[in-house]
Design a protein around this ligand. Structure first.
Ligand code: BG6
Length: 606
């Protein structure tokens, strides 16, 4: 998964705006970066392996001027991170420069075909076939636009592409399967993989559909389909502002986003839950929306999968048949699906290819689909029958934090809607559940204010491994805690169902493997039994538990306290403690917290 950006304007400062855009897109990939600028002649290409700072250094020596430009920050799928494999890619004659996000699945046969006709390739990437094909069509006398269309028709796979051509003062772009949005601002245009890329310059956005082709010149743009027929796309103004996409004075986006959770949760809850009456109001899902639903299947990846697990448990314990699936597994071995099945794709970005593939599969098999996502206009939101927005605001840190909390709360509200439609009655404890949700913003703020996570992280640095255990609705929290710890500290961490420990993983437990046990005020006796098992093996125990649990305190070496609340809601403040623990552990180890190695914010390739 990469980030692409293009800028079209009269003023010659395309380089500055492209670099700002690339820095705002770096969470999408950061193993190499490049840009190309045009100023009348052919595209001027600059690219370097490594972070954007290396590209900037290269540009310091000789900054190209021009109003038209394209840029790219890379997350390798084909070919290692090198200067040659960095984008933009050109053809044999440097008349064409292209940046691309996605995978050209038929690049091998195209490359062989082009090679047979004498083309020479400089890189190992799938992308490089595009400029060579365009060059061929130009040589046959096609206009730049026609050469672009003919080339795109030959591509299969997923792509968002932007192109510059020598004798044209336009940027050409298109998308299929990979995200691409158009930013509009008085005669100036941006094309990018994500809105934050150009939020510093405009908040007027056009969300493009698969197959849309954009030709943008200073002063005007046209959107057509691949055949050239003009298509109408509306300009929407996004609510986010550049500050939302900035670090706000924190050392890392991740820490800023952890501290944004009280505000994000208020937005997620706004106008949706009334604890006094037990009413849940979800604008797009009026009562009766799901009367015909018999079962619910959640599909998701990474942190979103853990939120889906919580969503599934909340439904299961309230009488609605439900299961959560890893999207990549769902796509390869799908469970039975029919018209009475509701498939819910949980995906903050709305662009994760594995989740999109699972949703498309379910749709094709006759299921109804709903996207629970953070991004209005994302592919998941547009392809599913319906969408529920979690309203967490932009999340830049690669490791998801605030979106997990907003996902869990959104799924609890969505779950209540389903319970009423599917079972015909409200949950017995709905008032208590909704008041637990309503208290969350304040309770999470308390955790942020008094957490001892940094001291605990320091105390257990240099451990051999870190284990997280929990039961019921906090079992997914144990898994999420371990995932966060792995993602950003690179330490060995694993999450287990507490009861499963004695059936194998206990063999890994030693005096040098701290165990973080999460309690939810419901199954604590049993979890305490598991704590005693690891205590007996000399392992340090850190309890994440509500106040006043005397017995827990007796058996724990450290306690990360969380406020008392409904057992189905406890997981949110508990997870905030584990987010802080992971953040501080990684910070103490001086890890690149916002851009952990080998990862990316959402992976748009299967
Ligand atoms: C990974 C991210 O690439 O994708 C994780 O690093 C994230 O943080 C996962 O949880 C799923 O992303 P999404 O956007 O589908 O929720």
């Amino acid at each position: 998964m990469c980030g692409i950006i293009a800028r079209v304007g009269d003023s010659d400062d395309a380089v500055d705006e492209l670099l700002t855009g690339l820095e705002n897109l770096e969470y999408r990939g950061y193993d190499s970066a490049g840009l190309a600028v045009k100023n009348g002649g052919g595209p001027n290409v600059f690219k370097r392996e490594g972070e954007i700072s290396r590209l900037k250094t290269a540009l310091d020596d000789e900054t190209p001027s021009g109003g038209l430009g394209i840029g790219h920050t890379r997350w390798s799928t084909h070919g290692p991170p090198t200067d040659e494999n960095a984008h933009p890619h050109t053809g044999c004659g440097d008349r064409v420069a292209v940046v691309h996000n996605g995978i050209i699945e038929n690049h091998d046969p195209l490359r062989e075909e082009l090679r047979a006709r004498g083309h020479v390739f400089d890189s190992d990437t799938d992308t490089e076939v595009i400029p060579h094909l365009v060059e061929e069509h130009l040589a046959e006398g096609a206009t730049a636009e026609e050469a672009f269309r003919r080339t795109v028709r030959r591509l299969s796979g997923s792509y968002a592409v932007a192109m510059l051509v020598e004798d044209s003062d336009a940027v050409y772009a298109t998308r299929r399967g990979s995200p691409l949005v158009l930013g509009v601002d008085e005669g100036e245009y941006f094309l990018a993989s994500d809105v934050p890329a150009f939020l510093d310059f405009t908040d007027d956005v056009v969300y493009l559909d698969d197959g849309d082709v954009v030709v943008a010149e200073p002063g005007g743009h046209v959107i057509t389909d691949l055949e050239g027929n003009v298509v109408d796309r509306t300009v929407q103004t996004v609510e986010w502002d550049p500050e939302d996409a900035g670090k706000g004075g924190y050392d890392h986006y991740m820490l800023k986003e952890i501290h944004e959770q009280p505000a994000a949760l208020r937005q997620t809850l706004r106008g949706r839950a009334d604890p006094a009456t037990g009413d849940v109001t979800l604008d797009d899902f009026p009562p009766g929306t799901f009367d015909d639903v018999e079962r619910v299947q959640f599909v998701a990846c990474g942190t979103s999968y853990h939120a889906g697990l919580v969503g599934s448990r909340l439904l299961g314990t309230r009488g609605v048949p439900s299961q959560a699936f890893l999207a990549s597994e769902y796509a390869t071995s799908p469970p039975p699906v029919d018209g009475d099945t509701l498939v819910v794709g949980v995906t903050q970005s709305g662009e994760t290819a594995d989740t999109l593939a699972a949703l498309r599969q379910a749709h094709a098999a006759g299921a109804r689909t709903v996207a629970v996502t953070n991004v209005v206009g994302s592919t998941a939101a547009r392809e599913c029958d319906d969408a529920l927005f979690i309203r967490a605001g932009p999340e830049i840190g690669v490791a998801a934090t605030k979106t997990y909390s907003s996902q869990v709360v959104s799924l609890a509200l969505f779950g209540e809607r389903l319970v009423r439609d599917v079972t015909g009655s409200r949950s017995d404890d709905v008032e208590r559940l909704l008041s637990g949700l309503a208290d969350l913003p304040g309770q999470v703020q308390q955790v942020l204010d008094y957490s001892k996570a940094r001291r605990v992280a320091k105390q257990y640095r240099d451990s051999d491994a870190y284990f997280f255990i929990g039961r019921d609705t906090v079992h997914p929290v144990a898994m999420e805690g371990a995932l966060k710890f792995k993602e950003i500290s690179y330490e060995h961490a694993e999450g287990f169902a507490a009861g499963e420990l004695k059936h194998g993983p206990l063999a890994l437990v030693t005096p040098n493997t701290p165990v973080f046990a999460v309690f939810n005020d419901r199954d604590d006796e049993k979890t305490l039994g598991n704590v005693k098992e690891v205590e007996a093996r000399g392992a340090p125990v850190v309890a994440v538990a509500p106040e006043g649990h005397e017995e827990v305190v007796q058996h724990a070496d450290e306690v990360l306290t969380i406020p008392d609340t409904h057992p189905d809601v406890t997981g949110v403040p508990a997870n905030v403690q584990l987010q802080l623990l992971s953040y501080h552990a990684a910070d103490i180890l001086d890890r690149p917290i916002d851009k952990p190695r080998n990862l990316a914010k959402s992976v748009t390739v299967e």
